[in-house]
Ligand binder design. Structure first.
Ligand SMILES: O=C(O)CCC(=O)C(=O)O
Length: 260
């Protein structure tokens, strides 16, 4: 499977339309590259730290993000994990990401469970999701998660208990905690013997510098590909049979003991 992580620069001085233009340009550059799965970061259109704009930027589930990205999924014949957007549902607002299949059809959604309350208004403005998300794709079962969720191993373990074989993570993780980012991405992959694809932002939004370093981690916790600190598309090939091979060779998941 060939994956492409669109590490987008999200800066305060820009309007979402400018980011959309760059995203669509990067998608068009993937034409002919036989990519199977594309990931975008967390709240890339509005900008994670642009809290004052959340309400105005909110959209229904089948809103702008899905409508604009679905034709790209069809054109590129690739799954697209849309990154997250502010979803409006009745009077509630969520940090929601979606997975489109290569026909542009919505196959999975995830509402961020662990909202970030430190130096952030996310927890005041949004409602937390209450369900993990495991989506059956043509490449296996994908578990979806968002940024701060990385600090909560029980969420990833639950997804593995529900058959996840890889994790798709969108993030707006700050550079100030870049070491945590790498450590947590590798730990969640290794302890769950699963591929982890994590797409982050870069650039400075609301005074917070995005850490970049989007990465693809193997089920053995090794970084297979990693972006730098600037805007780029990280493309890498993944051998998904490694998950089953490693789980058979070193069957730690089988030795789980129920602690509750
Ligand atoms: O946990 C962290 O250090 C960063 C989390 C974050 O920025 C987020 O959830 O958007």
């Amino acid at each position: 499977m060939r994956a492409a992580l669109i590490q987008l620069r999200v800066s305060s001085g820009e309007v979402p339309a400018q980011r959309w233009m760059r995203v669509e340009r990067m998608l068009s550059q993937l034409m002919g590259q036989c990519v199977d799965l594309i990931l975008l970061p967390e709240l890339w259109s509005v900008g994670f730290s642009n809290f004052a704009q959340y309400r105005e930027a909110a959209e229904p589930l089948h809103g702008t993000t899905l409508l604009r990205l679905a034709p790209w999924a069809r054109k590129l014949e690739a799954h697209i994990m849309t990154g997250s957007f502010v979803e409006r549902c009745g009077s509630q607002y969520y940090n929601t990401s979606a997975l489109l299949d290569s026909r542009g059809i919505l196959t999975g959604t995830y509402r961020k469970i662990h909202l970030f309350g430190y130096d952030s208004q996310e927890r005041q403005l949004l409602t937390a999701g209450s369900q993990t998300s495991e989506v059956l794709t043509s490449y296996g079962v994908a578990g979806m998660a968002t940024c701060y969720d990385l600090r909560f191993p029980e969420q990833f373990r639950r997804m593995v208990s529900r058959s996840a074989e890889m994790f798709l993570v969108c993030a707006a993780w700050p550079k100030a905690r870049a070491e945590d980012w790498e450590l947590l991405c590798r730990a969640r992959a290794l302890e769950n013997q699963s591929f982890l694809l994590a797409c982050n932002t870069c650039g400075t939004c609301g005074g917070v510098e995005g850490g970049g370093h989007s990465m693809i981690v193997s089920p053995e916790g090794k970084i297979l590909a990693q972006a730098g600190e600037t805007e780029q598309v990280l493309v890498a090939d993944i051998d998904l049979s490694e998950t089953a091979n490693f789980r058979a060779r070193f069957p730690a998941l089988r030795d789980r003991v129920c602690m509750s």
